[in-house]
Design a protein around this ligand. Structure first.
Ligand code: C2E
Ligand code: CA
Ligand code: CA
Ligand code: CA
Length: 275
């Protein structure tokens, strides 16, 4: 037998050690980042069928002085596992409310909705509802321009608790979008019980929509579901005109993706929306 060969079982896997080290480095640095101005909330536009920007999605960006730019796909899982998602998520909520407060007196910007991503652990945290309520009050906002993007994994907890939290926030006018729809495991029965406004078609289905019949079938199904449940449906990850034409012909009227703009600092989008 080959010792240390490709398929040998090892008690100590150097690759795994590298991964663990990276995670712990990220965790330490992230702990500092929350309090030291290294985070920013970028915005990406969402457009309707007439290409009007009706909303923006807030996406976290982190630049550490030593690690450099760390993508969310690297630090969000670490934040979730370590619990750092709670202060991090709170920072995002504060930023979002600050932006909405700045926009609320502008004749154009005041009609733009801002959606932020909420991780399941953050949603189920005891203080979640009150953190949002405090920010709304602090900035004298109603919640009608705030949208929260949640995923199907929210439903790992009790459905009644999930629904009652969503309803408590809904009283302020806050709306909910179901992110990455189609990639999770939620049963469609649950979907009916959740007070949702929007389904977001995951970008994995949009990517090969023009060539993959399975993706086309899935998108058709999501659009039909949205229309029968009276939910808006937005396609994510739209990169080409051909994808938009296809989506439009299938009955999709809301789009988000690099074709209409990459995530960028709030000031940049502010200027573009007003112009
Ligand atoms: P997501 O919520 O599904 O966000 C969409 C991701 O797709 C973003 O990646 C966005 O930059 C990217 N994207 C947008 N348009 C296109 C396109 O046309 N083509 C391609 N290829 N990609 C596109 P990003 O910003 O790297 O974020 C990755 C994920 O990290 C997000 O996925 C979300 O799950 C998480 N995330 C980001 N910000 C936050 C946050 O503030 N809180 C939480 N809990 N999660 C966040
Ligand atoms: Ca999202
Ligand atoms: Ca998504
Ligand atoms: Ca995603």
């Amino acid at each position: 037998a080959k010792i240390g060969g490709r398929n040998a079982i090892r008690f100590f896997d150097p690759d795994m050690q590298v991964e663990l080290n990276r995670r712990s480095t990220i965790e330490k640095a992230l702990r500092r980042a929350v309090n030291s101005n290294q985070l920013s909330l970028y915005l990406q536009p969402q457009v309707d069928i007439e290409r009007h920007i009706f909303g923006v999605e807030g996406l976290l960006r982190w630049e550490d002085p030593i690690l450099g730019f760390v993508p969310p796909s690297d630090f969000i899982p670490v934040a979730e596992a370590s619990g750092l998602i709670i202060p991090l998520g709170e920072w995002v909520i504060e930023q979002a409310c600050e932006i909405l407060a700045r926009w609320k007196h502008d004749p154009i910007l005041k009609s733009v909705k801002l959606s932020i991503n909420i991780s399941p652990r953050q949603f189920h945290h005891a203080e979640f509802v009150s953190v949002i309520e405090k920010q709304l009050e602090h900035h004298q906002l109603d919640g009608s321009k705030l949208e929260l993007e949640v995923t199907e994994s929210l439903l790992i907890e009790d459905i009644d608790i999930t629904v009652s939290r969503m309803k408590a926030l809904g009283k302020h006018g806050i709306q909910f979008a179901l992110d990455d729809f189609g990639t999770g495991y939620a049963s469609l029965g649950y979907l009916k019980q959740l007070p949702l406004a929007l389904l977001k078609i995951d970008q994995s289905f949009v990517k090969d929509l023009l060539t993959d019949n399975n993706d086309e079938a899935i998108v058709t199904t999501i659009l039909a579901l949205g229309s029968s449940l009276e939910l808006g449906v937005i396609a994510e990850g739209v990169e080409s005109r051909q994808q938009v034409s296809k989506l439009e012909s299938m009955g999709c009227h809301l789009f988000q993706g690099y074709l209409y703009g990459r995530p960028a600092p709030a000031e940049e989008w502010q200027r573009k929306i007003i112009d």
